[in-house]
Design a protein around this ligand. Structure first.
Ligand code: HEC
Ligand code: HEC
Length: 282
C-alpha cells in the first residue's frame, strides 16, 4: 500500500515537472514558430514583389531603379517609393495621414494591394476584385513591405518642407536651376515613365507629353504663366486636370499623377527648380 502511494506521488511529481517545463517553454516555442512563419511570408513576398511590383516601385521598393520587364532597359519608376519613412514610420505614418486612413498601417497597405487605386496606374491585385493574386500572396507582400520599416529607416527625421504657395516666391528662394541635373531627376522621380522623354512626343504613355509645356502651360488656366502652372501641377496634381492624355482625355480629379512629390522633393527643394529648368530649357 505505502509503496503504491510513494510510486503514485513520485509519478505525479514527475509528470508535473514535465508539463511545467513544457508550459514554461511554450511562449518561446510559439515565438520561434511565429518568427519562422513570418520569415517564410517575407521571403515569398520578396519573390512576388520582384516579379510583379519592381517594374513600377523599383528595386527594393525605393522607386529609384526600374527596368522594363520585357527589354531590361532602365525606365522611370512610375510607382511611389514604398521602402520609405513617410509610408512606414510612426503608428500613423505621414502617408496614412495624407490619405486620411484611420485603420492600421498593415490594413492601409493590404487594402491598397487588394483593390489597387482606382484612376491611377496602381493595379488591383486581389482575385476578389479581378486581379491575379490569392489573399495569402497579398498578405505575404504586405509583410514584406512592412519589413522595410526598420529602426534604421525610422531613425532619420522626416523633412517636411513648407512650399511657398506661388512659384514666384519659390524662385526667390531657389533662383538657379540646373537643367542637366533636372534631366536626371526627370527620370529618377519617374516623370519620364509617364510623360515620356522631351525629344519624342510618342514616348509619353500615361501623362501629357511635356516637350512643349513652356508654351502650352500658359494656355491651361487664364492668367497663369507656364512656370506657375508647372509648379502647381507638380505639387498639387489634382487641383487642375489637363485636357489631353496620350490615351484620351485625362481622368480625374483625383489625378492619375501621384500627389506626393511635395513630400518627396521637400527633402531637397532645389530638385523642383532643376526639373523646371530642364522643362523650360534654361
Ligand atoms: C504599373 C505600375 C505599378 C505596378 C505594377 C504596381 N504599382 Fe503600386 N502603385 C503604382 C502607382 C502609380 C501608385 C500611386 C497611386 C496614387 O497616385 O495614389 C502605387 C501605389 C502603391 C501603394 C501605396 C503607396 C502610398 O504611399 O500610398 C502600395 C503599397 C503599392 N503601390 C504596392 C504595390 C505592390 C506590392 C505591387 C505589386 C504587387 C504594386 N504596387 C504594383 C504603380 C504600380
Ligand atoms: C504615374 C504617372 C505620372 C508620374 C510619375 C508623373 N506624372 Fe505628371 N501627370 C500625369 C498625368 C496622368 C497628368 C494629367 C492629369 C493632370 O493634369 O493631373 C499629369 C500632368 C502633369 C502636368 C500638366 C501637364 C499639362 O500639359 O497640362 C505636368 C507639368 C506634370 N504632370 C509634371 C510632372 C513631373 C515634373 C513629374 C515628375 C516629378 C510627373 N509629372 C510625374 C502622370 C504622371
Amino acid at each position: 500500500m505505502q509503496v503504491k502511494v510513494i510510486i503514485g506521488t513520485v509519478a505525479f511529481m514527475l509528470s508535473m515537472m514535465v508539463f511545467g517545463y513544457a508550459a514554461l517553454r511554450e511562449p518561446a516555442r510559439l515565438e520561434r514558430f511565429t518568427d519562422a512563419r513570418l520569415g517564410r511570408q517575407i521571403e515569398s513576398g520578396a519573390h512576388l514583389f520582384e516579379n510583379n511590383c519592381a517594374t513600377c516601385h523599383g528595386v527594393e521598393g525605393k522607386a529609384e531603379e526600374c527596368y522594363d520587364a520585357a527589354s531590361g532597359e532602365p525606365i522611370g519608376c512610375i510607382g511611389l517609393p514604398l521602402n520609405y519613412a513617410p509610408l512606414l514610420c510612426e503608428d500613423v505614418s505621414l502617408r496614412m495621414e495624407a490619405m486620411k486612413w484611420e485603420g492600421s498601417k498593415e490594413a492601409f497597405i493590404q487594402a491598397t494591394l487588394t483593390s489597387g487605386r482606382y484612376g491611377t496606374e496602381m493595379p488591383t491585385w486581389s482575385q476578389d476584385f479581378g486581379g491575379p493574386m490569392r489573399t495569402d500572396q497579398i498578405v505575404d507582400l504586405t509583410k514584406y513591405i512592412l519589413n522595410w520599416g526598420t529602426e534604421e529607416l525610422c531613425s532619420t527625421p522626416i523633412v517636411v518642407y513648407d512650399w511657398p504657395e506661388l512659384y514666384a516666391e519659390y524662385a526667390v528662394e531657389y533662383p538657379d536651376g540646373d537643367p542637366a541635373h533636372g534631366q536626371e531627376l526627370y527620370l529618377l522621380y519617374g516623370c519620364a515613365g509617364c510623360h515620356g522623354t522631351l525629344d519624342n512626343e510618342s514616348s509619353a504613355a500615361v501623362g501629357p507629353w511635356l516637350g512643349n509645356i513652356s508654351e502650352n502651360g500658359e494656355l491651361r488656366i487664364d492668367g497663369i504663366s507656364s512656370e506657375e502652372y508647372v509648379y502647381q501641377s507638380i505639387l498639387h496634381p489634382s487641383a487642375f486636370i489637363s485636357p489631353d492624355c496620350p490615351t484620351g482625355p485625362c481622368s480625374g480629379p483625383p489625378s492619375a499623377m501621384p500627389d506626393n512629390f511635395a513630400l518627396r522633393m521637400g527633402e531637397n527643394p532645389q530638385d523642383l527648380g532643376d526639373i523646371m529648368s530642364y522643362l523650360f530649357g534654361n
